[in-house]
Design a protein around this ligand. Structure first.
Ligand SMILES: *[C@@H]1O[C@H](CO)[C@@H](O)[C@H](O)[C@H]1NC(C)=O
Ligand SMILES: *[C@@H]1O[C@H](CO)[C@@H](O)[C@H](O)[C@H]1NC(C)=O
Ligand SMILES: CC(=O)N[C@H]1CO[C@H](CO)[C@@H](O)[C@@H]1O
Length: 665
């Protein structure tokens, strides 16, 4: 990229017509297009073509430089903003005024996390946002505390005429929401499709302030009552399809009255962590809401397999089900659920009684559609006694994972096996053989995985027998050309014909991790047997954006350098507790990782201020950095970062320099 500046065309690129550049850019991922737009003026203009402008979201904290950025964004036709750390300061007010002035009618989404904003600033902005589709006011207690938000009719009229097209409203985590403020706001948004009230204070049964059932005759100025919520659901039932009541104290009776609101046909319902819900209340809910496509019942700890069975019988169109942390669940009902032809995504993480057998059985059934997403983190029970168990070197977990991998075939995009601690290299081989469409793979804390697993090779016999490795370490060639093709274990299950052809053995790309060429996220944290031997060779994923190699004490700068040069799209990298990483490695890697936004180097004892200087120089987009417990880093350099990196939101620097550590412990 040397020799290029401002308006020059990249050296060697013919002066293509703009339409041609636009056409070429249409083949790029959005994030690559963003990079390309920084190359020269013509490429920038091409990247501004209306066809790319549909759904771009910009995220930044309040700062003097973000005020300047708003004007640039004003040239776009459509975008969304996520602005954090807004407060009552004049800088915040200026920023919002600029947003109104430059982006007003173009803004599609606005979210203000971690802010404490006053009513006046927001009321000055909202009337100008005439195309707004999504508004997220979650956690903005400062807005609702006084109870006066939108109390004047003339304000409401202005806001209503701007927001009458609003589709999504997020009122999660609000302590001071009351019937009055809720009604004033929702009267300005008559056609909501999605409403989130997660973790907000809703009085479902009893009004403690007035000592009477919630929703007596009058609207409360202190609480949001069930009666009032039902009224809104009824009024907007013709448009409303998604409701989030996670983390509220919704009781079985109140859920059933919500489900029975006339005309309400929900497609998405999120009830995470509603601990009072019972199996019976789920059955009642499903009698009235049979159109649900997405249902989240995670953390509803009273639920058992009866609820799961009810779901699989009532919801014929169900696509996404999440019942993580419902630890009473057993295998019962799982096979029926997985047989649902519509099911695409299943999350059963931390359901520790679950085994893999019903998943395998359900997926082998005639109606089962291939899953796209499966999360079974910490399901240590995925390990049943099966015909294959006891065969030499073959673990129950591996048998199940191998069968799952074959059955999910080429459609699985996301697989979370974090903390499935019995899984070994054989499972990794099955994954790389059958699941080559994976975009997300999480294998953190699967501590038995070794270099051989990632390399797609069998461990030498002496290693398998548990003999200590000789000092020179395993030998391997740098090319995979002559690598033995790994044949996955013969499955003990009756199988339907497999859709995936095994990679021919002559191919360079053997079933090592290299075979998962579409990976965007990979978690190998705490797979502590992994070393430079595999990491330097098999992490070559051009689309990889998020990578965790935390808690790998063996890996060194060689791994970091290899990752940096072969994974150019990385935006998030975690190397915490990698004690052998040094400043030299960071210096080399940062040259290549200009897209990095999140970096963790916590507990890396050989990292010093020199690394931070490299970050300032080369990783200008950094948003979060964790350097906690890095003895070699001084608090003065951390302070310098804040003034030099425009997007930096958060630096975790507990116990830097080492000094405080001894004092605090
Ligand atoms: C735009 O992005 C939001 C989330 O960022 C998503 O929910 C929505 O479906 C997207 N809309 C389109 C038209 O792609
Ligand atoms: C609402 O906001 C919360 C907190 O900011 C967020 O976690 C949640 O995903 C949002 N919900 C929706 C439906 O956008
Ligand atoms: C590679 C390297 O320099 N490792 C050093 C990291 O720091 C520890 C002690 O702080 C040394 O023992 C290592 O040699």
């Amino acid at each position: 990229m040397d020799g290029m500046d401002g308006d020059d065309v990249p050296v060697g690129t013919p002066d293509l017509p703009l339409e041609m550049i636009v056409y070429i850019m249409s083949f790029l991922h959005a994030w690559d297009r963003k990079e390309a737009s920084a190359v020269c003026r013509r490429w920038y203009l091409a990247s501004q073509d209306h066809r790319f402008q549909k759904n771009v979201s910009f995220q930044f904290p309040v700062s003097a430089s973000s005020v300047a950025m708003i004007r640039d964004l004003g040239r776009r036709s459509r975008c969304s903003l996520v602005i954090s750390q807004l407060d009552g300061s004049s800088l915040s007010r200026t920023l919002l005024m600029e947003v109104g002035q430059w982006l007003g009618p173009h803004l599609e989404g606005l979210s203000l996390p971690g802010s404490s904003l006053m009513e006046a600033s927001l009321l000055a902005l909202l009337p100008r946002l005439t195309s707004l589709r999504r508004l997220d006011l979650s956690g903005l207690d400062s807005l609702f505390m006084s109870g006066a938000f939108l109390s004047r009719e003339e304000q409401r009229q202005q806001v209503r005429s701007a927001l009458c097209g609003l589709e999504e409203l997020n009122l999660s985590h609000l302590r001071y929401l009351s019937d009055l403020t809720f009604n004033r706001l929702t009267s300005c948004t008559p056609r909501l499709r999605r409403l989130a009230l997660a973790g907000s204070h809703i009085a479902f049964e009893f009004d403690p302030y007035r000592g009477c059932p919630a929703g007596g005759a009058r609207d409360s100025s202190a609480l949001l009552s069930l009666r009032n919520l039902r009224r809104l659901l009824a009024e907007q039932s013709s448009t409303l399809v998604a409701l989030d009541l996670s983390g509220t104290s919704v009781t079985p009776q109140s859920l059933s009255t919500v489900a029975q609101v006339e005309g309400l046909c929900l497609q998405e319902l999120c009830l995470q962590g509603c601990k009072e819900l019972t199996d019976y209340s789920v059955e009642l809910l499903l009698q009235h809401q049979v159109g649900l496509v997405r249902l989240d019942l995670s953390g509803c700890t009273e639920l058992t397999s009866r609820a799961l069975l009810a779901v699989s019988r009532a919801l014929k169109d169900l696509q996404h089900l999440s019942m993580c942390r419902d630890w009473r669940l057993t295998d019962k009902g799982v096979a029926e659920l997985v047989s649902l032809a519509s099911l695409r995504s299943l999350e059963l993480s931390e359901c520790t009684h679950l085994t893999g057998a019903p998943l395998v059985k359900g997926l082998s059934g005639p109606t089962a559609a291939p899953l796209e997403r499966l999360a079974v983190r910490s399901c240590t029970g995925i390990r049943v006694s099966l015909p294959g168990e006891g065969r030499e070197g073959l673990h129950g977990t591996d048998v199940e994972v191998s069968s799952l991998a074959q059955l999910c075939g080429g459609t699985l995009r996301e697989l979370d096996l974090t903390s499935c601690v019995y899984l070994t290299d054989l499972s990794v081989h099955a994954i790389t053989t059958y699941l080559q469409a994976l975009v997300v793979l999480r294998l953190g804390w699967c501590k038995e995985i070794t270099d051989w697993g990632l390399l797609g090779r069998e461990a030498p016999a002496r290693e398998r027998e548990g003999e200590p490795e000789v000092e020179t370490g395993p030998t391997f060639t740098r090319t995979f050309g002559n690598m033995g093709f790994f044949r996955p274990p013969k499955s003990p299950f009756p199988m339907r014909p497999l859709p995936v052809e095994p990679t021919p053995p002559t191919e360079q790309k053997g079933p090592s991790l290299l075979a998962l060429g579409r990976l965007q996220e990979l978690d190998l944290s705490s797979c502590c047997l992994l070393t430079d031997i595999s990491i330097t060779q098999v992490l070559r994923h051009p689309e990889l954006q998020r990578l965790s190699l935390s808690l790998l004490p063996e890996i060194s700068d060689a791994s970091l350098a290899a990752v940096a040069s072969h994974c150019p799209s990385l935006t998030s990298l975690s190397l915490s507790h990698c004690g052998r990483i040094t400043d030299a490695g960071v210096a080399e890697a940062t040259l290549l990782l200009a897209r990095l936004q999140h970096l963790s180097l916590s507990h890396c004892e050989n990292i010093t201020d020199r690394s931070l200087r490299c970050l300032v120089q080369h990783c200008r987009r950094l948003r979060t950095l964790d350097v906690s417990v890095c003895k070699g880093i001084s608090i003065t350099s951390v302070d310098r970062l804040h003034s030099h990196l425009p997007f930096l939101e958060n630096v975790n620097c507990r116990f830097v320099g080492g000094a405080d550590l001894s004092l605090t412990i």
